[in-house]
Design a protein around this ligand. Structure first.
Ligand SMILES: C[S@@+](CC[C@H](N)C(=O)[O-])C[C@H]1O[C@@H](n2cnc3c(N)ncnc32)[C@H](O)[C@@H]1O
Length: 274
């Protein structure tokens, strides 16, 4: 297998990079607040899924399995949570980090664009920060709809990276960074705004959109900002001197408590027609 340097452009093929742990470290550092909120009050955090004891839910692109574990108390011992990811690294770690005490959870490898489940297998299907990376997001949404039973619900949460704002002295560098990320790093960097259309095209009914503002802390985003800025410089999108000054400015802002970075996530939900 050919290896390439790990970067945020490679979320669809983590295991083919030279450092799959890069992606593990990123998830471990960037998801802390969301995981804590989900574990603290799963019923409130996942209220949009309307899960009941005995429900079955598929979590695709489950990564390290944190959200699958947080969901499990809502379906209880009679329910079922299945986490799927196309990365062997992620599935191995998700399994290692899960014990029987976490509830009825299983993990397995699979591709969101060709799910290995029969039609209508689950009551719910959920996906977060995955469709932006895959080759055919429309096909992936159609697959989620196929494996969800009639009357069941499919929910996706994806960012729109054009909405990424980072406060800095050099406004032009912030804008160039956001534009580079949404057009050159992420495969479908503007999927947030397109998600509801994909849901309708997949035949889902009662499609709803909830935009959510995400405040991204410095520790959670430092690696993302640094590595993507290095790519932008290498691609000639941003001048090297300006990039260094921008990164230094962000560091100082973080030390002073003035670091502000935020973006919009779109949570889109649809119901499988009977
Ligand atoms: C940015 S991470 C998001 C992980 C998790 N959903 C979260 O929000 O923390 C993207 C995940 O999708 C997985 N992935 C990428 N392409 C996939 C595909 N075609 N099928 C299934 N999983 C995929 C990656 O391996 C990775 O674990």
């Amino acid at each position: 297998m050919s290896e390439r340097p790990a970067s945020h452009a490679d979320w669809a093929a983590i295991d083919a990079t030279d450092d799959p742990e890069f992606f593990v470290r990123f998830l471990d550092s960037s998801r802390v607040a969301a995981i804590q909120a989900a574990k603290r009050d799963p019923a409130a955090f996942f209220s949009y899924l309307d899960l009941k004891p005995g429900s079955s839910i598929l979590e695709v692109g489950c990564g390290l399995g944190d959200m699958a574990r947080a969901l499990a108390p809502l379906v209880g011992a009679a329910g079922r949570v299945v986490g799927v990811d196309n990365s062997e690294t992620m599935i191995r770690l998700a399994q290692q980090r899960t014990s029987q005490d976490d509830g009825p959870i299983t993990f397995r490898r699979g591709d969101i664009m060709a799910l290995d489940f029969p039609d209508g297998e689950f009551d719910r299907a959920r996906v977060e920060q995955v469709l932006q990376h895959v080759a055919e997001p429309g096909r992936a949404v159609a697959e989620l709809a196929r494996v969800t039973r009639p009357g069941g619900r499919v929910v996706a949460l994806e960012p729109d990276w054009d909405t990424l704002v980072i406060d800095a002295e050099d406004l032009a560098a912030s804008q160039a960074f956001s534009a580079f990320n949404s057009t050159c790093v992420v495969r479908h960097g503007r999927i947030g705004r397109q998600l509801s259309t994909l849901f309708r095209e997949a035949g889902l009914a009662d499609v709803s959109i909830v935009p959510q503002g995400i405040l991204a802390g410095y520790e959670a985003t430092r690696e993302f900002v640094t590595s993507n800025m290095a790519r932008a410089v290498a691609a000639g999108a941003i001048d090297e001197g300006a990039a260094h000054a921008w990164l230094d400015d962000l560091q100082v802002r973080a030390e002073d408590g003035r670091y502000v970075a935020a973006f919009l996530m779109f949570r889109v939900s649809g119901v499988v027609r009977a």
